[in-house]
Design a protein around this ligand. Structure first.
Ligand SMILES: *Cc1c(COP(=O)(O)O)cnc(C)c1O
Length: 368
C-alpha cells in the first residue's frame, strides 16, 4: 500500500472561484494566473477548472508551451516578458503576449524579425519598485514601442504592492492614471486582492477592473487579505486538499514529551495521533504546536515539532479517532468540513501562496 497521503485538486472549486473573479469585475476579461505551475496545483490538473478564463498568465516559456499543448488557442501572457532575444522567437511561434518592463526588452524587440507583430503589455512601476518603467519614463517607452513594426497593440499595465493591506491602491492608481491619461490602449491593473476589494461597481471601481484583471490566489481558493477576510467570506472554495491518515496512536501520561526536541509536554493523560505527512511533503516545518488540523473532520491541533515524514496531533477532541482516521492538513475534509489553507499558513507565519506552491513532488495528486 502506498504511504497514506494524497492531494486532490478540485476542478469545480477552480471554476467556481474563476466565476467569483468575473462577478467581482463583470466588465473585465480575466487572466487566470497559472505561474509557478498553477500555484503548485499543476497546470495540466488545473486546466479543466480554469478553461473558462479569457487567457492564462504565467512566467516560464515552458509553462506557456504546456498551456498550448493542452489545446489552448486563446491569449497567453508572459508576466515578466522575455529574458533574452531567443525568447521572442518562441513568442512568435506560440503567439504569446509579453510584458515589457525594461528598456533592454524594447531593444530586443527592435532587433526581432517577425512576420506577425506582437501584442505587448507595457508595465509601469507605479510604486512597488520591482518591475516597470517609472511614471516619468513611461510615455517615452510607449512611444518607442509604438514606433516598432514588431509591435501591435500596447496594453498599459501596473501591479499593486499593497492591494491586500492597509496601504491599498489609491497612490499607485493615481500615479498610473496621471502618466497614462492621454495614452490609448487597454489597461490591466488588478490582482486578486484588488479585484475582490476594489473592483465591481461604477466609477473608480470600473477603472480598477479596467479591461483585464489578473487574479491568481483567489482562483485557488485562498483569501489574499486573510485574516481581514477569509476565503469563505469572499465566497471562495478550496481548490487543493492535502489529506493523510493516522499511522499510529500514542497514549501520553503527564510529563511525556513529543517528537524532536520534546517541545510539547503533556500536562494530563491524552492521546496523540501520528500523521503520515511531514515537511518533506510540503507541510511547513515551522508550524508550531497549536496549528489547526482536522481528524475525521473534527478540528484539533498539532503538538510538537513537524518532522520530515510525520506530524503529531492532539486527539482529545476526537475520542473516536483510530488508526486510519482521515486527517485533513488543509482543504476539504469529510462531511463537508473545511480547513482553510490560510489558517495553517498563518500559524506557520506565512501565506497560503507559499504552502500551495511548496506541495512536494512525492505527494500523489489526483483531480476531482
Ligand atoms: C502573480 C501575479 C498576479 C496574481 O497575483 P495574486 O495575488 O495571486 O492574485 C497578478 N499580476 C502579476 C503581475 C503577478 O505577477
Amino acid at each position: 500500500m502506498p504511504r497514506p497521503i494524497a492531494a486532490t485538486i478540485h476542478t469545480d472549486a477552480l471554476a467556481h472561484n474563476l466565476r467569483r473573479a468575473r462577478q467581482a469585475a463583470p466588465n473585465a476579461r480575466v487572466w487566470a494566473v497559472v505561474k509557478a505551475n498553477a500555484y503548485g496545483h499543476g497546470i495540466e490538473r488545473a486546466y479543466a477548472g480554469l478553461s473558462g478564463a479569457d487567457g492564462f498568465a504565467l512566467l516560464d516559456l515552458d509553462e506557456a508551451q504546456r498551456v498550448r499543448d493542452l489545446g489552448w488557442r486563446g491569449p497567453i501572457l508572459l508576466l515578466e516578458g522575455c529574458f533574452e532575444s531567443r525568447d521572442l522567437e518562441l513568442c512568435s511561434r506560440l503567439d504569446l503576449w509579453h510584458v515589457v518592463h525594461h528598456e533592454a526588452q524594447i531593444d530586443m524587440l527592435a532587433a526581432h524579425k517577425t512576420q506577425a507583430p506582437h501584442r505587448v503589455f507595457l508595465k509601469m512601476n507605479s510604486g512597488m519598485n520591482r518591475l516597470g518603467f517609472r511614471p516619468q519614463h513611461y510615455r517615452a517607452a510607449w512611444q518607442r514601442l509604438s514606433g516598432l513594426t514588431q509591435v501591435d497593440e500596447i496594453t498599459l499595465m501596473t501591479h499593486f504592492a499593497d492591494a491586500d493591506g492597509e496601504g491599498g491602491v489609491a497612490a499607485q492608481v493615481e500615479a498610473f492614471e496621471a502618466a497614462t491619461r492621454e495614452l490609448p490602449g487597454e489597461r490591466s491593473l488588478s490582482n486578486s486582492a484588488a479585484t475582490l476589494r476594489f473592483c465591481g461597481g461604477e466609477g473608480d471601481a470600473a477603472q480598477l477592473a479596467a479591461d483585464w484583471v489578473r487574479p491568481g490566489i483567489m482562483v485557488y481558493g485562498s483569501a489574499p487579505d486573510f485574516p481581514a477576510h477569509d476565503a469563505a467570506g469572499w465566497g471562495l472554495q478550496p481548490a487543493m486538499t492535502l489529506a493523510a491518515k493516522l499511522i499510529a496512536i500514542q497514549p501520553l501520561q503527564p510529563g511525556d514529551r513529543v517528537g524532536y526536541g520534546g517541545s510539547f509536554t503533556a500536562s494530563e493523560p491524552m492521546r496523540i495521533g501520528v500523521v503520515a505527512c511531514g515537511y518533506a511533503d510540503g507541510y511547513p516545518r515551522v508550524a508550531p504546536t497549536g496549528t489547526p488540523v482536522l481528524v475525521d473532520g473534527v478540528r484539533t491541533r498539532t503538538v510538537g515539532r513537524v518532522s520530515m515524514d510525520m506530524i503529531t496531533v492532539d486527539l482529545t477532541p476526537v475520542p473516536s479517532a483510530a488508526l486510519g482516521s482521515e486527517v485533513t492538513l488543509w482543504g476539504c475534509g469529510p462531511n463537508g468540513s473545511v480547513l482553510a489553507i490560510d489558517e495553517v499558513a498563518r500559524s506557520a507565519g506565512t501565506v497560503g501562496y507559499e504552502l500551495m506552491c511548496a506541495l512536494a513532488p512525492r505527494v500523489p495528486v489526483s483531480v476531482a
